[in-house]
Structures are given as structure tokens and as C-alpha cells.
Design a protein. Sequence first.
Length: 184
Amino acid sequence: MPDPEDIDIEEGDSPEVAPVKKKSALAKLLPTILKIAAIGIVAVIFIITVSVITVNVVKGDGRSQTTTDPADPYIGVQPVLQWFTDIGVISTNTRDSTPVSVTVVMNLGFDMGDQATASELFGRQHEIRDFTRRYFASRFAEELVPENEARLRREIMDTLNTRYFNNARIRHITFTRLDVVPVF
């Protein structure tokens, strides 16, 4: 044990301790202000995201993810539609090795009173005729049986609505004539 005389303890001499600085009012409030600002920014981003999604859903510009079969008995009453009948008679051959002639007269139904769709259909009638001819020329005769008409309508309607029209929306398609006749 060390001798008490060896320890150099002087009364009154203590090492200098730096005075403790008090935090300013701004330094105390800074974390709180940052928390409130972060919460505000997150809230604004959330509100903008929800608003954009809601507007897109309400406008209905997006393509429908589900399609319904018009022959489905659970759909209910079909709305009254306005019909575009100026496509005319389309005749072509299928892609079978032995030619099969296809003659089609197709009508496009759209919402009643929708003048924008009527105008776009009239302006694109030549494109619609060409698409219809190419569509049936790319099929085999076995695909053009009456049992597949609902699928044919749905494919044609989806293609026209997504690839050819800007604002127009076809709601239904009817075949006034769909003749598939082997050529001899």
C-alpha cells in the first residue's frame, strides 16, 4: 500500500473542468422540427399517390384486366348500343394448305351517343377493313367454327380497342355473316 506521504494531494488544487454548456432553444427543437417535416413529406407523397391511382381508376383509361363472355347467362341485360355498320363485306382465304374462302360482315357496337367513337370509327374504317381481312386470313378453317365465335369476337374487340383506337371503345361485335366455304 502506498504511503500517505507519497501521494501528493494538495488541498484546493483540482484539475480544471470545462464548464458545461447549455443547449440553445433551437438545438432542443431541431430534432422535433425534423420529425414533423419528415412526417409531412411522407404524408404528401402518400396523398399524391392515392390521388393519382384514384383518378386513373375513375377515368377508366386502363385496359380491363378481366373480360366477360357476352354469351354468359349471368351478365344480365345488355345495354342498348349504337352500331357501326360501314365495314362492308370482307372476303379472304384462310391459311390452310387447301384454300378455304371466308366471307365476313361485321358490325361494331359502341356506347349510345358517343360521337367521339362514331367519328373515330368512320375515320378508321379502311384500317378496320384491312385488320379484319388480315385477321381472318391468318386463321385456319377449324378456328372459324360457330363454337369459337365468342372467342373471335373477344380477340377482335381487344385488338381494335388496344392497338387501333385512341379514344374509341368497342363494347360488342356481331357477325351478320361469317361464311367459311371450301374452294374447289
